[in-house]
Ligand binder design. Structure first.
Ligand code: SAH
Length: 345
């Protein structure tokens, strides 16, 4: 298979161009077309001689995202894409508009191995990893389609980013490269269900990104029931890794907590959570669980959400109830892809 040109760093591209017998400055031009101007074909590289474009097309390819379905929320303008990949697989990305600009939620894998019971992405299991180039293409394709510049990114779509560690690191490196999109690392959040060894690896890289941890439960008993990863890495190990992350990076961790009626939303759950997180530099994002057609969880009442947040706040843990965007277009991760799989279309 030809190599994915989007996944190459400037150093790697330069080595390739020199090896092909072309001058070094061509690598800079090509890199700028790929990473800065976000082209998706060699023909668009108008200042590159045809001979080189032909040579490139024999050796490299663009493994990008083709828009299969695009849904635009009438409520808040959120845009959801179902992208088709080169091998006929589907992934989803969502673009949201905030006061500070545009943010994209990207997928890191086709499907997911983690099997969280409340999550639509787990349905159908794991298919394959996404390459760094495919993740970049999620951003580039959305930008080009909407004619906008996206300046924030969350790795919160389908997949477990820390289970695709090397490609995700490369993706972030390319996206933040000043000769490419130059996205600020401070504007990137990575969410994990808690793959403990990789949290240590990520901490050791000392990147300035925000780490979100999908906690969703105050104790092992509840967490292991809905998140199989907890059987392998329990809450104690997970929070220890989180403290290491904080110490090494000085960054506040964001804990995600999907509130599920009758399962994890009691006063005592809030108290237990507060006592576990005490002394941790963190923020808790309370998310009313999204109904997933295949699952029968219900979201906690607004009153419960408020009370839960109050208990956390009283113990000195900052907490917010997350606003839902794009609720009219099934914007939560995995839902569109799941319905696509269901119809077998
Ligand atoms: N695998 C990573 C990245 C996915 S991020 C992780 O687990 O963090 C997607 C976020 O949405 C995670 O916090 C996930 O737990 C949460 N989520 C999944 N299904 C949900 C649902 N039905 N309602 C609310 N949040 C959900």
């Amino acid at each position: 298979m030809p190599k994915d040109i989007r996944a190459l760093t400037i150093e790697e591209l330069t080595a390739e161009i020199l090896e092909m017998g072309f001058p070094q400055f061509r690598a800079k031009q090509i890199y700028s077309w790929v990473q800065e101007k976000c082209v998706s074909s060699f023909d668009e590289m108008t200042n590159v001689p045809e001979k080189l474009r032909t040579a490139l097309s024999e050796k490299f390819s663009f493994y990008g995202c083709k828009i299969n379905t695009k849904l635009v929320s009438k409520l808040d303008g959120t845009v959801k894409y179902l992208f088709e990949l080169y091998d006929g697989e589907y992934i989803e990305s969502v673009v949201m508009k905030y006061k500070y600009g545009y943010s994209i939620c990207v997928s890191s894998q086709v499907g997911c191995k983690m099997g969280c019971t409340f999550c639509a992405s787990a349905i159908g299991g794991f298919v394959r990893q996404l390459s760094a180039g495919e993740m970049l293409s999620e951003v580039f394709t959305a930008q080009r389609d909407l004619g906008i510049k996206i300046n924030h990114l969350v790795l919160m779509g389908t997949g477990e980013p820390l289970d695709n560690f090397d490609n995700v690191m490369r993706f972030i490196e390319l996206l933040t490269d000043e000769k490419g999109q130059n996205m600020s690392i401070r504007h990137i959040s990575l969410s994990t269900c808690g793959i403990v060894p990789r949290i240590y690896d990520l901490a050791d890289r000392k990147l300035g990104l925000t780490l979100s941890v999908s906690l969703h439960a105050p104790n092992n008993q509840i967490r292991s029931k809905s998140m199989p990863v907890n059987v392998k890495y329990d809450i104690e190990e997970l929070l220890k890794a989180c403290r290491y992350y904080e110490n090494i990076t000085g960054r506040r961790i964001s804990f995600e907590y999907a509130m599920i009626r009758g399962l994890n939303d009691s006063d005592s759950a809030a108290e237990e959570l507060a006592s576990r997180l005490k002394g941790t530099l963190c923020h808790v994002n309370l998310i009313p669980v999204n109904n997933v057609r295949e699952r029968n969880y219900e979201k906690s009442s607004q009153e419960r959400q408020k009370r839960f947040a109050e208990i956390l706040e009283k113990s000195g843990i900052t907490a917010t109830v997350r606003r839902t965007l794009g609720s009219d277009i099934n914007a939560s991760c995995g839902q569109l892809r799941a319905s696509k799989r269901k119809t077998g279309d």
